[in-house]
Design a binder for this molecule. Structure first.
Ligand SMILES: [Zn+2]
Length: 381
């Protein structure tokens, strides 16, 4: 069994150890030490990173009490080695983890929901609860959780004896054999956990719920604590500044600014549609002097092209609506009386392309050609 220095002192980053084993696996080296300050992945918390001698610690796993360090370089068995844990990453992990305890404990107490999932991801920390929460309930729990942070109460971790444990009311994700390590946060939570936690709640900094979604009949909350909450706030602030600048709206008045922009867009779209319709009608009237009618209709929205083709063909032989594409054209071919399918096939064969549809209307793309060439082809049929 590896001696777990992080259970004795979560602030210890530097330590000395003896290399007990080193095994090559898939280009990496699995190293066992007599003792370690590297917390192995577990309980939703990722493994520590850092260095062992000259080697980078890429990961760490607990296999039946033996902690395996994944290294990029081998270490000599029997050698003394100095280790250093990446403190920024560890502290962030402890902030997220302790923050999760506080929030879960409060939600369990206030709503009776169990925490059924916990994961410290690279972006956010997700916590799943067994029942639903309204936005108001989430805000209230978040506030209560932060009050525990502000009170800076101690976080105590210990392994109680069997009797004490039996009398203790604590949260636990699963049945545990053997020693149970209890983590107690005054006024918030008592939970079985083997992870690393800050020593007083003040070190969590802040607990911020940044998202909530329905999940398996309950709710999945995305939370950020401590330095991650600060980074997130800075990111949002930068984004708000950029939007505020682009909209010429004061920070705090972005919502009316965006609404104004949307209203302007809607009114421009309505004007654009009306103008497009007028241009189309004018061109349509000119084409109606012919029997084979061809019109480039990029003034209309694509959704209107089928209707436009029928209008164009009305009282004539063919109506061909075209819209330029990056290469070639999209087309809708309509006829009030004739089967358009052979005509569409003739266009596709001559100019390259494909199309399909019912007897009276064919739709597709043409890879080459121009409106006059299409007209000639249709007239020659
Ligand atoms: Zn924990």
């Amino acid at each position: 069994m590896t001696i777990r220095l992080f259970d004795q002192d979560v602030n210890q980053t530097d330590f000395n150890a003896t290399v007990l084993a080193c095994e090559e696996k898939n280009g990496h080296y699995l190293v066992t030490l007599d003792q370690t300050a590297f917390f192995p992945e577990g309980g939703g918390q990722g493994a520590d990173r850092g260095v062992l001698g000259e080697a980078q610690v890429l990961d760490a796993h607990d296999v039946g009490g033996v902690i395996l360090h994944t290294l990029d370089k081998p270490l000599a068995v029997g050698a003394a080695v100095e280790g250093r844990v990446d403190w920024t990453r560890r502290l962030s992990m402890m902030q997220q983890h302790t923050g999760e305890h506080i929030l879960s404990g409060i939600i369990c107490r206030e709503h009776g929901y169990r925490n059924v999932g916990f994961h410290i991801g690279t972006e956010a920390v997700t916590v799943d609860f067994s029942g639903p929460l309204t936005q108001e309930e989430i805000r209230r729990a978040e506030r209560q959780a932060n009050e525990i942070v502000w009170r800076n109460v101690p976080v105590r971790a210990w392994v109680p004896d069997t009797e004490t444990l039996a009398a203790l009311d604590y949260r636990s994700k699963k049945a545990i054999d053997g020693d149970v390590r209890i983590v107690h946060i005054e006024g918030a939570d008592t939970c079985a956990c083997c992870g690393t936690h800050v020593e007083r709640t003040g070190s969590v900094g802040q607990i911020k719920v940044i998202g909530a979604m329905n999940y398996k009949g309950g709710v999945r909350l995305s939370i950020l604590c401590g330095m991650r909450a600060l980074d997130h706030e800075n990111l949002q602030q930068d984004e708000n500044h950029a939007i505020s600048h682009a909209l010429s709206a004061k920070p705090g008045e972005l919502t009316p600014g965006v609404q104004r922009l949307l209203d302007e867009r809607d009114s421009l779209k309505a004007r654009c549609d009306a103008l497009g319709q007028r241009v189309f009608t004018t061109l349509l009237n000119a084409e109606h002097e012919r029997t084979v009618r061809v019109l480039v209709a990029d003034m209309l929205a694509p959704a209107q092209h089928r209707k436009a083709a029928a209008q164009l063909a009305e009282g004539g032989r063919f109506g061909l609506i075209l819209a330029p594409k990056e290469a070639g054209w999209s087309f809708v071919l309509s006829s009030p009386a004739e089967d358009v399918r052979p005509a569409a096939a003739a266009l596709c064969q001559r100019f390259g392309g494909k199309g399909g549809g019912p007897r009276d209307m064919s739709q597709g793309i043409l890879q080459s050609g121009d409106p006059e060439a299409f007209r000639e082809t249709l007239e020659a049929l």
